[in-house]
Design a binder for this molecule. Structure first.
Ligand code: SF4
Ligand code: SF4
Length: 297
Protein backbone atom coordinates (compact mmCIF):
# COMPACT_ATOMS: atom_id res chain seq x y z
CA UNK A 1 0.00 0.00 0.00
CA UNK A 2 1.29 3.45 -0.84
CA UNK A 3 2.25 5.24 2.35
CA UNK A 4 0.47 8.42 1.25
CA UNK A 5 -2.82 6.57 0.97
CA UNK A 6 -2.23 4.45 4.02
CA UNK A 7 -3.41 7.17 6.42
CA UNK A 8 -3.00 6.85 10.16
CA UNK A 9 -4.25 3.24 10.20
CA UNK A 10 -0.82 2.20 8.92
CA UNK A 11 1.49 4.56 10.78
CA UNK A 12 4.75 3.62 9.16
CA UNK A 13 6.82 6.40 7.62
CA UNK A 14 10.26 6.87 6.08
CA UNK A 15 12.05 10.18 6.24
CA UNK A 16 15.45 11.72 5.59
CA UNK A 17 16.44 15.35 5.53
CA UNK A 18 18.27 16.21 2.30
CA UNK A 19 19.36 19.53 3.87
CA UNK A 20 17.64 21.53 1.15
CA UNK A 21 17.15 24.35 3.67
CA UNK A 22 13.55 25.00 2.60
CA UNK A 23 12.05 24.63 6.08
CA UNK A 24 14.61 27.09 7.48
CA UNK A 25 12.33 29.83 6.17
CA UNK A 26 12.06 31.33 9.63
CA UNK A 27 13.96 31.21 12.88
CA UNK A 28 13.22 28.40 15.32
CA UNK A 29 11.38 28.72 18.60
CA UNK A 30 13.67 27.92 21.55
CA UNK A 31 13.18 26.65 25.06
CA UNK A 32 13.91 29.27 27.72
CA UNK A 33 17.07 27.48 28.83
CA UNK A 34 18.44 27.49 25.27
CA UNK A 35 18.43 31.29 25.10
CA UNK A 36 21.92 31.80 26.55
CA UNK A 37 23.49 29.54 23.93
CA UNK A 38 21.96 31.57 21.09
CA UNK A 39 22.38 35.12 22.39
CA UNK A 40 25.15 35.73 19.85
CA UNK A 41 23.23 34.13 17.00
CA UNK A 42 19.66 35.44 17.14
CA UNK A 43 18.01 38.63 18.39
CA UNK A 44 15.81 36.99 20.99
CA UNK A 45 12.34 37.80 22.29
CA UNK A 46 10.47 36.20 25.16
CA UNK A 47 7.30 34.63 23.75
CA UNK A 48 4.16 34.22 25.88
CA UNK A 49 1.38 32.12 24.41
CA UNK A 50 -1.74 30.30 25.55
CA UNK A 51 -2.63 26.76 24.56
CA UNK A 52 -6.13 25.47 25.36
CA UNK A 53 -7.33 21.93 25.82
CA UNK A 54 -10.75 20.70 27.03
CA UNK A 55 -10.64 19.22 30.51
CA UNK A 56 -12.45 16.05 29.40
CA UNK A 57 -11.78 13.75 26.46
CA UNK A 58 -15.51 13.87 25.63
CA UNK A 59 -15.13 17.58 24.75
CA UNK A 60 -12.03 17.05 22.58
CA UNK A 61 -12.97 17.67 18.94
CA UNK A 62 -10.55 16.02 16.53
CA UNK A 63 -12.53 14.19 13.85
CA UNK A 64 -10.45 11.09 14.66
CA UNK A 65 -11.67 7.59 15.54
CA UNK A 66 -12.18 7.25 19.31
CA UNK A 67 -8.97 5.35 20.08
CA UNK A 68 -6.79 7.75 18.10
CA UNK A 69 -8.55 10.78 19.59
CA UNK A 70 -7.94 9.39 23.05
CA UNK A 71 -4.22 8.79 22.38
CA UNK A 72 -3.86 12.28 20.93
CA UNK A 73 -5.80 13.94 23.77
CA UNK A 74 -3.86 12.31 26.60
CA UNK A 75 -0.54 12.70 24.78
CA UNK A 76 -1.22 16.41 24.23
CA UNK A 77 -2.33 16.87 27.82
CA UNK A 78 0.83 15.25 29.17
CA UNK A 79 3.10 17.35 26.97
CA UNK A 80 1.31 20.61 27.75
CA UNK A 81 1.72 19.81 31.44
CA UNK A 82 5.41 19.16 30.89
CA UNK A 83 6.26 22.28 28.88
CA UNK A 84 3.79 24.89 30.17
CA UNK A 85 4.87 27.41 32.81
CA UNK A 86 1.51 27.26 34.56
CA UNK A 87 -2.12 26.39 33.86
CA UNK A 88 -5.57 27.32 35.10
CA UNK A 89 -9.17 26.28 34.48
CA UNK A 90 -11.43 28.26 32.16
CA UNK A 91 -14.93 28.06 30.71
CA UNK A 92 -15.09 28.38 26.96
CA UNK A 93 -18.37 29.04 25.16
CA UNK A 94 -18.82 26.41 22.45
CA UNK A 95 -22.01 25.69 20.50
CA UNK A 96 -24.01 27.68 23.02
CA UNK A 97 -22.71 25.91 26.12
CA UNK A 98 -19.86 26.52 28.53
CA UNK A 99 -17.18 23.85 28.17
CA UNK A 100 -14.50 23.24 30.81
CA UNK A 101 -11.05 23.92 29.43
CA UNK A 102 -7.54 24.19 30.82
CA UNK A 103 -5.44 27.15 29.68
CA UNK A 104 -1.70 26.49 29.53
CA UNK A 105 0.75 29.39 29.54
CA UNK A 106 3.79 28.68 27.40
CA UNK A 107 6.96 30.72 27.94
CA UNK A 108 9.53 30.23 25.22
CA UNK A 109 11.97 32.27 23.16
CA UNK A 110 11.53 33.38 19.58
CA UNK A 111 14.18 35.04 17.44
CA UNK A 112 12.90 38.33 16.06
CA UNK A 113 11.69 37.99 12.47
CA UNK A 114 13.95 40.28 10.47
CA UNK A 115 11.77 39.98 7.38
CA UNK A 116 14.43 38.14 5.34
CA UNK A 117 12.20 35.09 4.79
CA UNK A 118 14.79 32.78 6.30
CA UNK A 119 16.43 31.89 9.58
CA UNK A 120 19.37 34.15 10.43
CA UNK A 121 21.57 31.06 10.80
CA UNK A 122 20.94 29.89 7.23
CA UNK A 123 23.80 30.49 4.80
CA UNK A 124 22.75 29.59 1.27
CA UNK A 125 20.94 26.29 1.77
CA UNK A 126 23.06 25.35 4.77
CA UNK A 127 22.57 25.78 8.48
CA UNK A 128 25.70 27.52 9.76
CA UNK A 129 25.15 26.17 13.28
CA UNK A 130 24.01 22.66 12.34
CA UNK A 131 26.10 20.82 14.94
CA UNK A 132 24.61 22.92 17.74
CA UNK A 133 21.20 23.72 16.21
CA UNK A 134 18.25 24.21 18.61
CA UNK A 135 16.12 21.37 19.94
CA UNK A 136 13.20 22.24 17.69
CA UNK A 137 15.46 21.97 14.61
CA UNK A 138 16.84 18.67 15.85
CA UNK A 139 13.34 17.26 16.09
CA UNK A 140 12.14 18.35 12.63
CA UNK A 141 9.67 17.18 11.38
CA UNK A 142 8.39 15.52 14.58
CA UNK A 143 8.37 18.33 17.09
CA UNK A 144 8.92 17.29 20.69
CA UNK A 145 5.82 19.13 21.88
CA UNK A 146 3.55 17.00 19.69
CA UNK A 147 2.16 13.62 20.80
CA UNK A 148 3.45 10.45 19.16
CA UNK A 149 -0.17 9.66 18.25
CA UNK A 150 -0.10 12.55 15.77
CA UNK A 151 3.38 11.81 14.39
CA UNK A 152 2.34 10.21 11.08
CA UNK A 153 -0.11 13.01 10.30
CA UNK A 154 2.41 15.67 11.33
CA UNK A 155 5.08 14.14 9.12
CA UNK A 156 2.71 13.88 6.15
CA UNK A 157 1.62 17.50 6.51
CA UNK A 158 5.22 18.69 6.85
CA UNK A 159 6.65 16.77 3.92
CA UNK A 160 3.71 17.79 1.69
CA UNK A 161 4.65 21.46 2.07
CA UNK A 162 5.38 22.88 -1.38
CA UNK A 163 9.11 23.37 -1.90
CA UNK A 164 10.21 20.97 0.84
CA UNK A 165 12.55 18.36 -0.59
CA UNK A 166 12.50 15.77 2.18
CA UNK A 167 13.20 12.18 1.20
CA UNK A 168 10.23 10.00 2.15
CA UNK A 169 11.01 7.08 -0.13
CA UNK A 170 11.44 3.50 1.08
CA UNK A 171 15.25 3.88 1.01
CA UNK A 172 15.05 6.62 3.66
CA UNK A 173 15.23 5.53 7.31
CA UNK A 174 12.08 4.27 8.93
CA UNK A 175 11.16 6.97 11.44
CA UNK A 176 7.67 5.83 12.50
CA UNK A 177 6.67 2.21 12.91
CA UNK A 178 3.72 0.66 14.67
CA UNK A 179 2.51 4.09 15.73
CA UNK A 180 5.75 4.96 17.53
CA UNK A 181 8.67 7.19 16.62
CA UNK A 182 11.64 4.92 15.96
CA UNK A 183 14.24 7.40 14.75
CA UNK A 184 17.09 7.52 17.29
CA UNK A 185 18.20 11.16 16.68
CA UNK A 186 14.59 12.36 16.95
CA UNK A 187 14.06 10.41 20.15
CA UNK A 188 17.30 11.81 21.56
CA UNK A 189 16.14 15.37 20.71
CA UNK A 190 12.80 14.69 22.41
CA UNK A 191 14.54 13.37 25.52
CA UNK A 192 16.84 16.42 25.60
CA UNK A 193 13.84 18.75 25.19
CA UNK A 194 12.05 17.08 28.07
CA UNK A 195 15.20 17.39 30.21
CA UNK A 196 15.41 21.06 29.25
CA UNK A 197 11.77 21.61 30.23
CA UNK A 198 12.48 20.00 33.58
CA UNK A 199 15.60 22.13 34.08
CA UNK A 200 13.60 25.29 33.18
CA UNK A 201 10.73 24.55 35.57
CA UNK A 202 11.92 26.75 38.47
CA UNK A 203 12.86 29.58 36.12
CA UNK A 204 9.43 29.48 34.47
CA UNK A 205 7.68 29.49 37.87
CA UNK A 206 9.71 32.52 38.95
CA UNK A 207 8.86 34.23 35.67
CA UNK A 208 5.15 33.56 36.18
CA UNK A 209 5.42 35.18 39.62
CA UNK A 210 7.12 38.21 38.05
CA UNK A 211 4.36 38.39 35.45
CA UNK A 212 1.69 38.31 38.14
CA UNK A 213 3.28 41.23 39.97
CA UNK A 214 4.04 43.17 36.78
CA UNK A 215 7.81 43.15 37.32
CA UNK A 216 10.01 44.11 34.38
CA UNK A 217 6.97 45.46 32.54
CA UNK A 218 5.83 41.94 31.68
CA UNK A 219 2.14 41.29 30.97
CA UNK A 220 0.21 39.20 33.47
CA UNK A 221 -0.84 35.63 32.53
CA UNK A 222 -4.44 36.91 32.31
CA UNK A 223 -3.39 39.62 29.87
CA UNK A 224 -1.74 36.99 27.69
CA UNK A 225 -4.96 34.98 27.90
CA UNK A 226 -7.13 38.00 27.04
CA UNK A 227 -5.38 38.52 23.76
CA UNK A 228 -4.75 34.83 22.96
CA UNK A 229 -7.15 34.91 20.01
CA UNK A 230 -4.89 37.34 18.16
CA UNK A 231 -1.72 35.35 18.87
CA UNK A 232 1.30 35.32 21.13
CA UNK A 233 2.77 38.28 22.98
CA UNK A 234 6.48 38.98 22.93
CA UNK A 235 8.76 41.07 25.10
CA UNK A 236 12.47 41.74 25.36
CA UNK A 237 14.54 39.12 27.16
CA UNK A 238 15.53 41.53 29.92
CA UNK A 239 12.90 40.35 32.42
CA UNK A 240 13.45 36.67 31.62
CA UNK A 241 17.21 36.92 32.02
CA UNK A 242 17.02 39.00 35.18
CA UNK A 243 14.60 36.52 36.76
CA UNK A 244 16.79 33.64 35.53
CA UNK A 245 19.88 35.35 36.96
CA UNK A 246 18.19 35.88 40.32
CA UNK A 247 17.15 32.26 40.70
CA UNK A 248 20.39 30.77 39.43
CA UNK A 249 19.07 29.51 36.08
CA UNK A 250 21.64 31.59 34.19
CA UNK A 251 24.99 32.78 35.36
CA UNK A 252 25.83 35.69 33.08
CA UNK A 253 22.75 37.79 32.35
CA UNK A 254 25.00 40.83 31.92
CA UNK A 255 27.06 39.16 29.19
CA UNK A 256 23.91 38.04 27.40
CA UNK A 257 22.64 41.63 27.31
CA UNK A 258 25.98 42.79 25.93
CA UNK A 259 25.95 40.04 23.29
CA UNK A 260 22.45 41.07 22.24
CA UNK A 261 23.45 44.75 22.04
CA UNK A 262 26.33 43.86 19.74
CA UNK A 263 24.14 41.63 17.58
CA UNK A 264 21.39 44.26 17.34
CA UNK A 265 23.89 46.91 16.28
CA UNK A 266 25.33 44.60 13.60
CA UNK A 267 21.84 43.64 12.43
CA UNK A 268 20.77 47.26 12.08
CA UNK A 269 23.81 47.97 9.92
CA UNK A 270 23.59 44.82 7.80
CA UNK A 271 19.92 44.11 7.22
CA UNK A 272 17.28 46.22 5.52
CA UNK A 273 14.49 46.40 8.06
CA UNK A 274 10.90 47.59 7.97
CA UNK A 275 9.94 50.46 10.24
CA UNK A 276 8.30 48.36 12.96
CA UNK A 277 11.22 45.92 13.23
CA UNK A 278 13.74 48.76 13.31
CA UNK A 279 11.72 50.46 16.07
CA UNK A 280 11.58 47.21 18.08
CA UNK A 281 15.35 46.76 17.75
CA UNK A 282 16.03 50.36 18.77
CA UNK A 283 13.80 49.98 21.84
CA UNK A 284 15.57 46.76 22.82
CA UNK A 285 18.97 48.33 22.32
CA UNK A 286 18.09 51.31 24.53
CA UNK A 287 16.62 49.03 27.20
CA UNK A 288 19.59 46.62 27.21
CA UNK A 289 22.19 49.40 27.22
CA UNK A 290 20.48 51.08 30.15
CA UNK A 291 20.24 47.78 32.02
CA UNK A 292 23.90 47.00 31.32
CA UNK A 293 24.95 50.45 32.62
CA UNK A 294 22.77 50.12 35.71
CA UNK A 295 24.36 46.79 36.58
CA UNK A 296 27.92 47.84 35.96
CA UNK A 297 27.44 51.30 37.53
S1 SF4 B 1 18.99 27.03 13.21
FE1 SF4 B 1 19.70 25.99 11.38
S2 SF4 B 1 18.35 24.20 11.16
FE2 SF4 B 1 17.35 25.66 12.57
S3 SF4 B 1 16.01 26.91 11.26
FE3 SF4 B 1 17.97 28.00 11.48
S4 SF4 B 1 19.16 27.36 9.68
FE4 SF4 B 1 17.49 25.89 9.93
S1 SF4 C 1 12.49 20.79 4.02
FE1 SF4 C 1 12.96 18.66 4.58
S2 SF4 C 1 14.84 18.19 3.44
FE2 SF4 C 1 14.64 20.41 3.44
S3 SF4 C 1 15.87 21.06 5.23
FE3 SF4 C 1 13.73 20.84 5.91
S4 SF4 C 1 13.60 18.75 6.73
FE4 SF4 C 1 15.46 18.87 5.49
Amino acid sequence: MDRRTAGVDAPERHFACTRCGACCNRAPELELGESAAFAETFVLRLMMRIYSLPRALSDFVSGLPREEASAEFYGTKRLLGQFAATSWPAKVKRDGRAVDYVQYLSLSVLPLDLGAGSCAALEGDTCSIYARRPLSCRSVPLHYSRPAAAAARDLDAFTATPGYRCDTGPQAPLVIAGGSITDAPTLAAHADAHDQAEADRRWKSALVKAMKTGEHGLPSPREVEAQAASGALTASMLGAWRVGGNNGAIARAQLLLEAQCELIEQTMQRVELDRDTAATLMAMLREYRKAAQTRSG
